[in-house]
Write a new protein. Structure first.
Ligand code: G3I
Length: 305
């Protein structure tokens, strides 16, 4: 196979990219996306501030654009994200407990029902744990007002809204074995033991020279898979360039292929030109859509050429 998507398919995986609706009209952007990738994640368009900026008024225009683009080309779609402390409209933080509970459940239900049958996996809850050694929950309107049970409630609501979608917990700095990933691990283990619906864990995998791909990356993916959930690489990017960057990418792909329940990889953007890392070069295509060494390393690791 000569593209990322086709090579991944031969290994039983998908290979996706985060996509921004406002770039789809750029022909090089669209043609690179269309030829190389077979899954998309809307980069911002499904977040709460985009889909329910005003309480009870749902706006799906730009998210629909991304979903329609993908569906008409046979690409899968990851849903990102339903319950997150960031990109949250200020009205949410102003609600009292009972109101917040119903707003959270309504948001999950409305957004998931709108996309019912079109999303292979949803990031139901994103980034609910703190960095560092505490393993504690992060402060957020949901955590602070609804308490630890908000994650379970969100997943139960999500299962009811679209029973066919895989429901994921997604986070960063959980890529190796550490206090934060241990906290997520304990959450998933508890959910599985009590029958709380959860199907997958997303490992964002934002790497840079200060935090490269950890040596226990594969082992960490495997221990989650052993709990009975799929694992997905959901927002991969690696700061840097040249061989060092290529080697990090290659390590990620090889780790995923070595874990049978690692079902796919998504890179967090198509081109360096539009990466969220303002002046960075963390992706597989440069600002002119030329393939970087990292692209070749990924394709080779996937068994393509
Ligand atoms: O909404 C305004 C828009 O109205 C305006 O036209 C535009 C002009 O610059 O700014 C828009 O908001 C920006 C938004 O991206 C859409 O472009 C925000 O300022 C900017 O902060 C936002 O950044 C996004 C970031 O999440 C916000 O937290 C990045 O694009 C997106 O790549 C990034 O993605 C996150 C994942 O969702 C979760 N994991 C970490 C990852 C990287 O931070």
């Amino acid at each position: 196979a000569s593209t990322l998507g086709a090579a991944a398919t031969e290994k039983g995986r998908y290979f996706g990219a985060a996509v921004a609706a406002n770039h789809l009209g750029e022909s090089a952007y669209a043609s690179t996306l269309n030829s190389e990738f077979n899954s998309v994640t809307p980069e911002n368009e499904m977040k709460w501030d985009a889909t329910e900026r005003t309480r009870g008024t749902f706006t799906f225009g730009s998210a629909d654009q991304v979903v329609n683009h993908a569906q008409s080309r046979g690409m899968k779609v990851r849903g990102h994200t339903l319950v997150w402390h960031s990109q949250l409209p200020s009205w949410v933080a102003g609600l009292g407990t009972a109101d917040l509970r119903s707003a959270m459940n309504n948001h999950i239900t409305q957004v998931m029902q709108h996309y019912k049958g079109k999303i292979h996996s949803w990031d139901v809850v994103n980034e609910a744990f703190q960095d560092g050694s505490s393993g504690a929950r992060r402060s957020s309107p949901f955590q602070d007002k609804l308490g630890n049970g908000f994650i379970e409630e969100a997943f139960r609501t999500a299962r009811a809204a679209d029973p066919a979608a895989k429901l994921c917990y997604n986070d960063y700095n959980t890529d190796g074995v550490n206090a934060k990933s241990n906290a997520v691990y304990n959450l998933v283990r508890d959910f599985k033991s009590r029958g709380v619906p959860i199907d997958c864990v997303g490992f964002q995998s934002h790497f840079n020279s200060a935090s490269p791909v950890p040596s226990d990356y594969q082992a960490n993916l495997q221990r989650f898979a052993d709990l009975g959930v799929d694992v997905q690489i959901t927002e991969l990017d690696v700061e840097g360039s040249g061989t060092a960057q290529a080697n990090n990418y290659s390590n990620v792909v090889r780790a995923c292929l070595a874990v049978s329940r690692c079902t796919g990889i998504t890179v967090w953007g198509v081109t360096d030109k539009y990466s969220w890392r303002a002046s960075g070069t963390p992706l597989l295509f440069d600002g002119n859509y030329a393939k970087k060494p990292a692209y070749g390393a990924v394709l080779t690791a996937l068994g393509g050429s």
